[in-house]
Write a new protein. Structure first.
Length: 636
């Protein structure tokens, strides 16, 4: 959404600079770019209330105050007589119609309208459509204008099954399929509700009498229609994110006022149709919970003052305004306070986690503890996929157009995880995921599944270094104490993957409800306290390895050598482990091999940088009595 800086500050009592305005918008979570006097906003989908000048100003009022109210048509408006039927109030719980007839149109607009077209590069069409577009920009509520002379018979709104060709007001033709919210006259579809009107009832430069429709459509009824029919629509973008059901009369009076600024009004009439399907939300006042969430010490009056400035009504409870569809709980209210205070200004404190009581763990928690204790790493993947399979559930309006189906298996995601780690030179990979899977048969089915994938070395230690992970390992881990092999182990062929590695890949996927109860009872014997591991970004730069074998003629010096090498610290040295060990009892000599793994998160490291560290380690090791390196040459 693009808006003009001067238009926005006109709705604020204080007039902040562009720099200060930008700072506060970022604090409130509204990302944007600035190009001259234009703010190009990137708003999160849950903040449809901010898709307008008025919506953003409501958020900014807490910092810069309110300006004078927006000017609206204040005269009495007589009731409109219109033959209209709402056959689907669940999709459209409230709708209003404004009928305006003017004497003559004008070729020029007032500066505030002209500025909107000139600075934002919007195309003018006709006075009524142009005003409709400006009102949507200013107030966030889309309206649609029918040429009144084309509405002769009963106007019907309904959600109906369609198989119709519909000609839009832009002249394109689309075939409406399946269920759609539409306006019809005598069975003819004249508007795809919430998306785009039709050519047969469109206004033109000759239109003098207009019927303005201002509706609240449920988001779920509109989502995906503009993508499905390839119709670019600002109205759909706003309806999908939620508009203000309580704003209709104000919006239409603003529409009438702008008409009045540009033409002589011959007649004006208004009619609203309401159902009981929409209910406002109220939330109990609980300052203690909000303070606990945020770690603050706000008093109740300060807390409620913030909410009042944001447009919330306060009585015995907190009444959520009709434009805030994203507010449901005290958690949401706490987020509002955090935005106002600023996340950077909230004091951080460590999270205190109590000791895990394994006796009260759920089956999922037991399973997670068991796998982590056996060296697996848990992953969490995106639940959507590009694959459209037989039982896939298709997403009509996906966040990513390349992933518009619910995945029906964890396999593809875990294979991608494995390949990602292999490309970063990980040579022992054991991953698992526990996630819900949704499929469509006669009805939508939900299953919680476990997926495991393994490949590479058994472990980075001298006992396991030469062993590889295989189906025997998984079978002993999972099926050992079961009367039958419940966990089916499959091999994933390498030749079907984009990889040059040769190690075999083994995979298991199973629904948790298919795992017998006695398996979970077995897991209590495997649990142990796991130290918390903080996240470390994965380097995109290659790693390098060096191996050194030491000979120890006095076995008592083994501990000194291990302590020196395994505790050696350097920013480039990411991992050290023993990969070989041999004790010759006849001569009392130990041979031990260490592998050193080097990597930087900033750049590709050089041989000289690695050699510098290795020479330091070697010099320190050789200073220990009875330690030597067979075949050592200078300057590794």
């Amino acid at each position: 959404m693009k808006l003009i800086y001067t238009d926005l500050i006109n709705l604020l009592s204080k007039k902040p600079s562009k720099e200060l305005l930008s700072e506060k918008l970022f604090q409130l979570g509204h990302e944007h770019e600035i190009h001259a006097d234009i703010f190009d906003m990137e708003l999160t989908p849950n903040r449809g209330d901010c898709l307008s000048l008025l919506g953003l100003s409501r958020d900014l009022n807490i910092f810069f105050g309110k300006s004078e109210p927006i000017d609206i048509f204040k005269d009495n408006i007589e009731e409109l007589e219109i033959d209209f039927e709402n056959r689907s109030p669940s999709d459209c719980p409230q709708i209003s119609f404004l009928e305006i007839e003017i004497d003559e149109t004008t070729d020029s607009y007032k500066p505030y309208i002209e500025n909107y077209f000139n600075k934002l590069g919007n195309k003018k069409t006709n006075i009524f459509t142009d005003i409709s577009n400006f009102v949507s920009y200013e107030l966030g509520q889309p309206t649609h204008c029918f040429d009144r002379e084309t509405i002769k018979n009963k106007l019907i709104f309904e959600n109906k099954e369609c198989n119709n060709t519909f000609k839009t007001l832009l002249g394109s033709e689309v075939i409406l399929k399946d269920s759609n919210c539409v306006f019809t006259i005598d069975g003819e579809i004249i508007s795809l509700a919430g998306v785009m009107g039709g050519a047969s009832t469109a206004c033109s430069t000759k239109t003098r009498k207009v019927l303005v429709e201002c509706a609240y459509f449920n988001s779920e009824s509109i989502i995906g229609k503009s993508i499905k029919y390839n119709l670019t629509s600002d109205a759909a973008h706003k309806f999908e994110r939620g508009v203000d059901i309580g704003s209709q009369e104000m919006v239409l009076r603003r529409f009438a006022k702008i008409v009045q600024d540009h033409a002589e009004i011959k007649s004006i009439k208004l009619k609203s149709f309401r159902s009981d399907n929409f209910q406002n939300i109220s939330i109990p006042i609980d300052i203690n919970k909000v303070n606990k969430i945020l770690g603050t010490n706000l008093d109740e009056s300060e807390y409620l003052g913030y909410l009042k400035d944001l447009g919330f009504n306060i009585s015995n409870e907190i009444e959520v305004p009709s434009f805030r569809h994203d507010i449901k709980t005290n958690n949401d209210l706490a987020e509002e306070i955090a935005r106002i205070i600023g996340y950077d200004n909230l004091k951080s404190s460590p999270i205190k986690l109590g000791k895990i009581d394994h006796n009260n763990e759920s089956e999922v928690e037991k399973l997670e503890s068991f796998l982590v204790a056996n060296g697996f790493t848990e992953v969490i993947n995106f639940p959507f996929s590009s694959k459209n399979e037989k039982n896939s559930i298709n997403i009509i309006n996906p966040l990513d157009s390349n992933r518009n189906n619910f995945r029906i298996s964890l396999k593809d995601s875990l294979v991608k995880n494995l390949l990602y780690n292999e490309r970063r030179q990980k040579d022992s990979i054991k991953l698992f995921e526990i996630s819900d899977i949704y499929t469509k048969e006669t009805e939508i089915l939900q299953q919680k599944k476990l997926g495991l994938i393994i490949s590479g070395r058994f472990g980075n230690n001298y006992r396991d270094f030469t062993k590889t992970l295989d189906n025997k390992y998984l079978n002993e881990l999972l099926n050992e104490h079961l009367s039958e092999d419940i966990f089916e182990i499959i091999e994933i062929p390498r030749n079907e993957l984009d990889t040059k590695r040769k190690e075999k890949i083994y995979y298991v996927e199973i629904s948790l409800e298919d795992i017998p109860k006695n398996f979970f009872s077995k897991l209590t014997n495997h649990k142990k306290d796991i130290n918390f591991v903080s996240y470390k970004p994965v380097s995109e730069y290659p790693s390098s390895m060096r191996d050194i074998s030491f000979s120890i003629t006095n076995p008592e010096m083994l501990e000194s050598l291990q302590k020196l090498i395994l505790e050696y610290k350097n920013d480039l040295l990411k991992e050290v482990f023993i990969f070989d060990y041999y004790l010759n009892d006849k001569v009392g000599e130990i041979k031990i091999g260490f592998r050193f793994v080097f990597q930087s998160s900033l750049k590709t490291i050089t041989d000289n940088e690695i050699n510098f560290v290795m020479n330091n380690i070697i010099d320190s090791a050789l200073s220990i009595d009875s330690i030597n390196i067979p075949g050592l040459m200078k300057d590794l």
